[in-house]
Design a protein. Structure first.
Length: 151
């Protein structure tokens, strides 16, 4: 029987993995609730913003931008789980997540909604934060695979 040898998991793998699971788990929850509850959910997340206009804006995305958003969300969740399982496929899942984030959020940045306060303050920073975290998780998983922690 062929058994591959892998390095012991450093403590930071569990910390990063759990934080990634929380971050991407919330992303999956947000995606699901936005798609199923629409304006009612958006009103709870972004008080004071015209939730119906946000839903109309999201529903106007071309299919490729919507697919990018879904790929970013579900790829990140899968990558988090695979990272905690110490599986090498975490790298690919995080790569798909980063690509999905770039595609989905890239469309939103290139075609901003004309909704008051949607791009102000924290709401204006979140898209960049999502892309940054997706890229960082991909690079982290890749480095752990190179060190033999993921097999």
């Amino acid at each position: 029987m062929d058994r591959s040898i892998r390095a012991a998991a450093p403590v930071h793998l569990w910390v990063v993995g759990l934080l990634a699971l929380l971050w991407n788990g919330f992303g999956a929850y947000d995606y699901f609730m936005t798609r199923t509850q629409g304006a009612a959910y958006i009103e709870t997340m972004m008080p004071g913003i015209d939730a119906d206009a946000v839903v109309a804006y999201i529903n106007s995305f071309p299919i490729w931008a919507s697919a990018g958003w879904g790929l970013g969300v579900w790829g990140g969740l899968a990558g988090s789980i695979l990272l905690l399982m110490r599986h090498r496929l975490a790298v690919g899942a995080f790569a798909l997540s980063a690509i999905g984030a770039l595609v989905g959020i890239g469309y939103q940045l290139a075609n901003p909604a004309g909704i008051a306060d949607m791009h102000e303050g924290f709401n204006g920073v979140v898209p960049y934060l999502i892309i940054l975290i997706a890229a960082a998780l991909f690079l982290y998983a890749r480095s752990q695979r190179a060190k033999g922690v993921l097999a």
